[in-house]
Design a protein around this ligand. Structure first.
Ligand SMILES: [Zn+2]
Length: 273
């Protein structure tokens, strides 16, 4: 899903951090690199965080911990601490923006990993909430020679505010085969990006586990709906609308849309004892 940009401006926070560094440890180091650091954060924003466009900064390799400490060792009262706490705990999300699975994402991910890009370790536009499963699958990957950008950027790839995933349901409908695909109509580069994102985060395998349980619950519910004389399709439309309010690519929403697109599946649910 697409996320609204962080409340804290990335360059403003950088300047506050630099100001605090003047009175702190490594003051001379940070003073020496201040202008270039600011240029690089600006370049990150201009390049929409794309690993294909954001250059490495090899000169700071031996100083990585100085940057990483700003993130991992952020002191109470420091400029970045309150921003990190807010981004980690007060996002109000009830699903992972990277995969769409329900639940409260409780880790912050660095879009460009902090190991390779320590100078973006406290850049709000490089940070966003993510679920543990996505973070584990993502690791320090960014892309490769063939596909320099594997992952959707939640602040910049705003086309994912619309539904980009599509599920097909194939019989037997008691225990269907689900195929997770990409919705037609995307631009070729968008489609390729969604494909690499889904592949590299191993989303289809996780999705299938969810779908088994979801579908079996839906079959039970369909029985109840039928017995109470309600309209199954109308009920499914309601469930789809409700889950779509969470996000277009929320797993539940993609599932209900798939059922609604499958007349045979709805007929099966209507006729099932
Ligand atoms: Zn996730």
């Amino acid at each position: 899903m697409a996320l609204p940009r962080p409340r804290k401006d990335s360059l403003e926070l950088l300047n506050e951090v630099l100001e605090e560094r003047k009175a702190g440890r490594n003051s001379r180091f940070f003073e020496g690199i201040a202008d270039e650091w600011e240029d690089r954060v600006r370049a990150y924003i201009d390049s929409v965080g794309s690993p294909a466009l954001v250059a490495d900064w090899p000169e700071i390799d031996t100083h990585r911990t100085k940057f990483l400490n700003l993130y991992s060792g952020a002191r109470d009262g420091s400029a970045q601490k309150s921003v990190l706490v807010e981004m980690r705990r007060e996002h109000g999300l009830s699903l992972c923006p990277s995969c769409g699975e329900a639940g409260t994402p409780n880790t912050l991910d660095h879009y460009l990993p902090k190991d390779g890009f320590p100078h973006f370790s406290v850049t709000p536009l490089n940070l966003f909430p993510m679920c543990d499963a996505c973070q584990l699958a993502k690791g320090t990957k960014t892309g490769d020679d063939d596909e320099p950008k594997f992952f959707l950027h939640p602040y910049f790839d705003v086309f994912v505010a619309e539904r980009v995933l599509e599920l097909s349901i194939e019989p037997p409908f008691e225990s269907p085969n689900f195929q997770l695909g990409i919705r037609p109509g995307l631009a070729p580069d968008e489609e390729a990006l969604v494909a690499s994102h889904v592949r590299e985060l191993d989303i289809a395998a996780r999705y299938n586990k969810f779908l088994k349980g979801q579908h079996s619950r839906m079959l039970k519910l369909a029985n109840q709906i039928r017995e109470s004389g309600q309209d199954l399709r109308g009920s499914l439309e309601t469930f789809a609308a409700m889950s779509g309010f969470v996000a277009e690519n929320a797993w539940e929403h993609v599932y209900y849309r798939a059922v609604l697109d499958c007349d045979e599946c709805i007929e099966f649910m209507r006729a099932r004892d």
